[in-house]
Design a protein around this ligand. Sequence first.
Ligand SMILES: [Zn+2]
Length: 389
Amino acid sequence: MSSLLVTGIGQLVTNDETMGDGSDLGLLTDAAVLMEGRRVAWVGPARSAPPADTAHDVGGRAVVPGFVDSHSHLVFAGDRAEEFAARMSGTPYTAGGIRTTVAATRAASDEQLAANLVRHVLEMRRQGTTTFETKSGYGLTVHDEARSLAIAGQATPETTFLGAHVVPPEYTDDPAGYVELVTGPMLEACAPHARWVDAFCERGAFDADQARAVLEAGARSGLRGRLHANQLGEGPGVQLACELALAAVDHCTYLSDADVSALAASGTVATLLPGVEFSTRSPYPDARMLIDAGCQVAVATDCNPGSSYTSSMPLCIALAVREMRMTPAEALRAATLGGARALERADVGRLAPESAADLVVLDAPSYLHLAYRPGVPLVHEVFVGGALV
Ligand SMILES: [Zn+2]
């Protein structure tokens, strides 16, 4: 197995509090990382680095773990730029806009959907994302959901069955019939291609009983659960997610005190998606309150053509700091280790021996620049599985 030493690291974020300065970020200065094959083999001061087959000097730049984007919707066709323009002129966002993308996705070939996915994956990677989750949910027929997941599985192991995204037009008069389809033949066709099951628990989408039926059916088929909830208003979704011990509950924009208590007492990660509030001109979730209450948080993009068409984790970090009152350290940790926890992945989101050799070299002396210099392309180099990509 060949080894590669990344050296000349001015500041290294490990997310391992047993290393470096002992902070949550486990910061080291003048550091090096030894990668063997796809794994990190050693982390420490550059002066005591072990020998390696090759060395790569990053010239004093900062290095952070690759971003873990635990929430995206990348299997789709078309875009909704006109809807965005209308929204910026005062038309409010509703869950119904999803149907526009459903029509475009159903009409697209497998090749078109795969090419669109690859385009977005490359876009994410250029911005430092090395692990991502993505979902079905724009097909909403047995065939279109199953092919969406098969295509997604070519790009990531973190695939989520979201047949319960919205009730499709042909079931408008029979939402119960649609839930039967999702929990029956659609689940059967999709489960082999999915690791996760998800539902959109929101007014205008699915209620708590429907979401519970979908999540429980998914669990019986071996799928772990995650949930979209409390995006457009308070509702039962967060409590349901905590009760079912789901890995993550995503959005969490409108929370009651009881929701916050439930999150703090559970292991369920609250995934915050500030690109949505930015793109729908909505109030942001209160990350400060969640963190101070002891909740686990992640930050992700929710990249999708309707409510958040950004693939940029650096932008989401900047928004988390500026708009959700996270510190720069908390936001970076939420975008790396937090995402890893939301995906129940112990191998990513940190840089320590045995972790995946996924890292981002920033064209900056410190991780602080991610929030301090919003909109600036600071990602200099990206390593995935030990390889420069
Ligand atoms: Zn979403």
